[in-house]
Design a binder for this molecule. Structure first.
Ligand code: UT7
Length: 339
């Protein structure tokens, strides 16, 4: 069966940077705690006029530029986010309109931090049917934070990534194999509980802005994230008869440096093979794997004939892993990137 590939990458982070020291003036925390527990030094935060759709548009437009494609060439826009523009319509429709992607069908998916890998699996199936798909992972998490909750607020940042997936022409990053999973029985550990049909929003929660806020039990997430990501990677390697020594890079969801180091240990790989830029961007949810991939290309870390394993874990719980083969380097543009 024909393969599909990532043929272009666009990424965007807002220009405003919030450092750990800035946070220590907003809540009872400090740079030393955040660095040692998470590896994070700063995060990019959307300006008031920015929205999920506007950041997504920047990333998608950059991906189209790189591919020398017109938005009219797109058959689908699949947008993954936990922080949509509004309840309805789909954020993907706002992006479709901004791009003038007049032939594209546009829809949102919600998969948490693993959402990009899940969405990519769907895009792969479409691309194998000769469709050209824009996959966007995007998150404006700073508007879902309780800025007085030091346990959670220090961990996240804003950003958007976009990849164009198309039938392979022996170019780009081939989507060789992937396995993704979900376990809804653990939904209460990491969720944004208010605003849907299950939990009516009490007036006092609206008054405090709490209806937007993420609830997370960090320790439980930590343990599950390490175990699940490593397990998914092992399955992908096993399915493809690949040994860990054949892997040139792990491209992980950028959750927390301690999680990444622990995943390296579980996979018996040196931490130097697990890409991390979490210190610059923190956890950008659905966007994070795309930001990592773009940064790796721009840093000159990727080259043809390399094998990459991506891993991700997030709310749901959902998690997964993908094996990618670099045939040729796709163009990558990363707007707002820290050098
Ligand atoms: O995509 C997945 C998204 N989620 C994650 O990646 C989160 C995964 N979990 C984690 O990364 C870690 O569990 C955290 C970074 C959230 C917490 O690290 P920890 O080592 O598990 O710390 P802890 O929860 O055991 O807290 C230790 C102490 C507590 O104080 P007491 O009770 O011992 O006095 C916390 O109140 O650290 C305190 N603490 C803080 N102190 C300063 C918690 N947050 C902060 C903070 N600054 N920001």
């Amino acid at each position: 069966m024909a393969k599909s590939a990532i043929i272009s990458i666009g990424a965007y982070v807002p220009s405003k940077i919030l450092s750990n020291d800035d946070l220590s003036r907003m809540m009872d925390t400090n740079d030393e705690w955040i660095r040692t527990r998470t590896g994070i030094q700063q995060r990019h935060i959307a300006l008031p006029e920015e929205t999920t759709a506007s950041m997504s548009f920047e990333a998608a437009d950059a991906a189209l530029r790189g591919a020398h494609m017109s938005a009219e060439d797109l058959d689908w826009i699949l947008l993954c986010t936990d922080t949509p523009e509004m309840w309805t319509p789909a954020t993907a429709c706002f992006v479709q309109e901004c791009l003038k992607a007049t032939h594209a069908s546009a829809i949102d998916l919600t998969g948490g931090c693993a959402g990009f890998l899940q969405t990519l699996e769907l895009a792969d199936a479409l691309a194998r049917q000769q469709k050209t798909v824009m996959v966007i992972g995007t998150e404006l998490l700073s508007r879902s934070m309780d800025w007085s909750d030091r346990n959670t607020a220090v961990l996240f940042g804003d950003g958007a990534g976009a990849v164009i997936v198309s039938p392979s022409r022996d170019a780009g990053i081939q989507l060789t194999h992937s396995r993704t999973f979900s376990d809804g029985s653990q939904a209460d550990i990491l969720q944004k509980p208010y605003g849907g049909t299950r939990n009516p929003i009490p007036p006092e929660i609206v008054a405090s802005g709490g209806h937007h806020r993420i609830h997370m039990e960090g320790k439980k997430v930590f343990r599950q994230a390490v175990y699940r990501m490593a397990n998914a990677a092992h399955q992908v390697l096993q399915d493809t008869n690949t040994s860990p020594e054949d892997i040139d890079w792990v491209v992980p969801h950028q959750a927390n440096q301690r999680i990444l180091d622990a995943v390296a240990g579980e996979l018996h790989l040196p931490t130097s093979k697990v890409f991390s830029h979490v210190r610059h961007y923190a956890n950008t949810g659905s966007a994070s794997v795309i930001l990592a991939l773009a940064d790796m290309i721009l840093k000159g870390l990727l080259e043809p004939n390399q094998r990459l394993v991506s891993v991700a874990f997030g709310d749901g719980f959902s998690w997964g892993s993908a094996l990618w083969d670099v045939t040729s380097l796709p163009p990558a543009e990363f707007l707002g990137r820290d050098m």
